[in-house]
Unconditional design. Structure first.
Ligand SMILES: [Zn+2]
Length: 467
């Protein structure tokens, strides 16, 4: 089957050109002026942008946490992503206690099987601090996984000590695996949490005390130092504040092999949102936590000047009023104490238009940089490029037709995520995806769902580029 996208403006991370795009089967095969339309389905993109489908580098679908699982599974989460113009994401598989990482990956592949509607890959987290785990690292390639996550946070659950981290980074450097790190000092979080709970300070706002910016900066600097001495390429996930991104900036200036992402919510949700009276603040509990408006300004600046390579969502949805009508428990689990709040904020659907509206329309970033931070950069950093993340001959035809004039008001009442609240509730955005194409097939058109359940594919990733 052939399709031609006519009359649109093709926007990549590098260029803005008036051109037509020919799709044959699942691939882009020609980009040019006035392409012939004979025998082709024609998509008229006059007045629209033709951009690469969004790539969300950091998500958690169907993830267990504190006695429950996330509200979104691979079907509802991916379908919501597609409505928002995202055609590929990389989710985190977790090594289970007493088991291997490879089995963790297989477990997560099974969760997606039969449900997937966009393409996806996996990172895997090392959570068992043994030499067996470390020696397993080169085998990740056999599973199509080229990145390993280490946690400096969640003591007693996922956190690994510096010895394990060092050994894992050494092995990753040898085998060409990218290290991803959750940078926060987990010992400090652990002790502050225990102290606050013992003092009877259980409200959501005390979550902030246990996650100060200084311990994110400290852990970032420590991870960067280990990357320098082991030679492992390091990708710091969900950087939330000026203090930690400053460390990234210093490390990069020194030539350390390090890059970093931030997440949409850190530009829009703040400490004050967690300090509201009552329990509402639990909606915004995540790690690292939401910060201050001055941090948001710094993050925008760092996205613009390429210190940060991209913006992901860390999508991890739990209902605010979970457990109702036999539903899964959610944020209410933390009413007994902030340490029991399931951590995470939903956003897999909203990332593209929230970043476009607030970034491009306001003049903070160019439209090309928007494409870069939402698609091309993550594709390069995660070994998906040039199969995904750009519009070029030979790439997968993962394309979004973007209407820069279309307006929409974000609301949990109309979103497609399987969760009862939205971080951007009431935000009016201008610039919206009107058609989402996955490997040549239209999967969403003007809000209409056209994809079959199970048609999304696992993508075996190649070696990460250090950006
Ligand atoms: Zn995460």
């Amino acid at each position: 089957m052939k399709t031609v996208i006519k009359n649109g403006t093709v926007i990549t991370a590098g260029d803005t050109i008036k051109a037509d795009v020919l799709i044959e089967g699942e691939k882009i095969t020609l980009i040019g002026k006035d392409l012939p339309t004979e025998g082709c389905e024609v998509i008229d993109a006059a007045g629209k942008y033709v951009i690469p489908g969004g790539i969300d580098a950091h998500t958690h679908l169907d993830m267990p946490f504190g006695g429950t699982t996330t509200a979104d599974d691979f079907f509802t989460g991916q379908r919501a992503a597609a409505f928002g113009g995202t055609t590929c994401h990389v989710d985190f598989a977790l090594q289970q206690q007493g088991d291997t990482m490879v089995n963790g990956i297989k477990m997560w592949k099974a969760k997606a099987e039969g449900k997937a509607v966009i393409d996806y890959g996996f990172h895997v987290a090392i959570t068992v601090p043994t030499m067996e785990s470390v020696n397993e690292i080169p085998k990740l390639w056999d599973e199509g996984v080229s990145s390993l996550k280490v946690f400096q946070q969640y003591k007693g659950a996922f956190m690994v000590d510096d010895t394990t981290m060092y050994l894992a980074m050494q092995k990753a450097a040898e085998s060409g695996i990218l290290i991803m790190c959750h940078c926060e000092n987990g010992d400090v979080t652990d002790i502050v949490t225990k102290q606050r709970i013992a003092e009877g300070k259980i409200e959501p706002k005390y979550h902030l005390d246990a996650h100060p910016a200084a311990i994110e900066a400290e852990a970032s600097a420590r991870a960067i130092a280990l990357a320098e001495v082991t030679g492992a390429n390091l990708y710091i996930v969900h950087m939330s504040c000026e203090e930690s991104v400053e460390q990234l900036r210093i490390g990069r200036k020194r030539g350390a092999p390090v890059m970093g992402e931030t997440c949409t919510q850190y530009m829009f949700k703040f400490e004050d949102d967690m300090r509201v009276p009552g329990y509402e603040g639990a909606k915004w509990a995540c790690g690292p936590p939401v910060r201050k408006p001055k941090d948001a300004a710094y993050l925008w600046e760092s996205l613009k000047d390429t210190t940060l390579l991209g913006v992901a969502t860390d999508h991890c949805s739990f209902n605010y009023e979970g457990g109702k009508d036999g539903g899964k428990p959610g944020k209410e689990l933390g009413k007994e104490g902030f340490h029991k709040i399931p951590n995470g904020i939903p956003g897999i659907e909203d990332r593209m238009y929230v970043m476009y509206h607030n970034g491009v329309n306001s003049g903070k970033i160019s439209v090309n940089r928007f494409v870069d931070i939402t698609s091309t950069g993550p594709a390069k950093a995660l070994g998906l490029y040039p199969k995904k993340g750009t519009i070029s001959v030979g790439s997968d035809a993962d394309i979004v037709i973007w209407d820069p004039e279309k307006e929409m008001t974000i609301s949990a009442k109309t979103h497609h995520m399987n969760v009862d609240y939205n971080a951007y509730e009431g935000m009016k955005v201008k610039g919206f995806p009107v058609r989402t194409i996955l490997r040549g097939k239209t999967i969403v058109e003007n809000g209409e769902w056209k994809q079959e359940k199970g048609a999304g594919q696992f993508v075996a990733r190649g070696k990460a580029q250090l950006l």
